[in-house]
Design a binder for this molecule. Sequence first.
Ligand SMILES: [Zn+2]
Length: 430
Amino acid sequence: MGRTRIQNATIFTATGAAPFTGDVVVEDNRIVSVEAAARGEAPATDEVIDATGMFCMPGMTEGHAHLSFENVLGAEDLMAPSPETQAFTTARGAKALLEAGFTSAYGASEAKLRLAVAVREEVNAGRLPGPRIRAGGVEISVTGAMGDESREHNPRSSPSTIVDGVEEMRKAVRLHCREGVDNVKLDVSGDPFYPNTPGHTTPMTFEEVKVAVETAHAYRRKVNAHSRSIHGSKSCVRAGVDALLHCEYADEELLDMLTEARDRIFVVPTVGLFAQIMAGEATVHGISPEVGGYMNIPDLLENSIRTHTELRKRGVRHLIGGDYGLAWSPQGTQGRDLKFFVEYYGYTPAEALVCATRNGGLAMGYDGELGTLEAGKLADLILVEGDPIADISVLSGPDKVALVMKDGIIQKISAPLTARQNTPAREAAQ
Ligand SMILES: [Zn+2]
């Protein structure tokens, strides 16, 4: 492969540097250079993409991906469709994310165990479009908690694996590892969608969490925990969970624990769900703000704002995304979280972009080679029409994402940008 020069863009490196005008040069799957606009002709060997007026930034990471979720309103929508149908759904989810500028998906859970694993394999083989995927399996929960759809008079399967005790947990995690899952997901706390165990309760024991983490780490996999309760989140930090999802309720001790663990743990607030419900976006689907009130959403949102604003100040690494793919939040709109991070948690737009890019890249692994625009790093980048620093909402969907490059390969390029490629860029710009 030759060298590609993305020329005359506004470059946001996600390293803390202020945006500047310049060129990014990519060779094979690596960034060769990131430099302020050079004078004169580009080397004749370079393929040139004229990015004048465009914003060049690292590709984003969805930090809590449910690739198989599409139009989901409840557990039935995860259980009823066949795995064959859901494999297509998952492939569509992966494609939608990629086209919206997400070059990585850090998996939470899926409707069936191997959906994200199968799509990850197809994407890695170049047979399907999609981001880099750390595949999630199904949720692992305990009897009577989130995801346990069975009742004494009506025993049935659930979208989750239900375990009780250390040995059942060990078995379930090993099974996930055997089937190729990268990220094991535990339902440690309750949830507002499950009245039997609301968000502030903690049905899963510390021993269960601990054995799950030990087992997954022995297989070199990561563990994500659904945890809204203080007790549950403390269990997770003590047990060595890699990413804490939601984490609304907190006391001083938990905040201190997370601060101490900030170099190894990621926190994913998934605030979009609450914001959308309270804005009435789910009303047509039966969850009005009033219903949200009965579900305790305003209290969860208030605590989310308090906790995550404090974690931001303490330098705990946040990721954007999570719980998209519901009936009112289609795949590919995860970039809306950037605005919520600014509005609710006090991030500047540039800091919110760092959560989406640098933090996401670190969570994905790759030994720190992903998530920033720097010489030597993996070439995952996007070109955006408009300036997200001035208006963060330009990243709310795929429309303004003009180019997506993953691992040095262009995965999406808009028609106007293709047309420009035929014009010597510096001449055109003058
Ligand atoms: Zn989720």
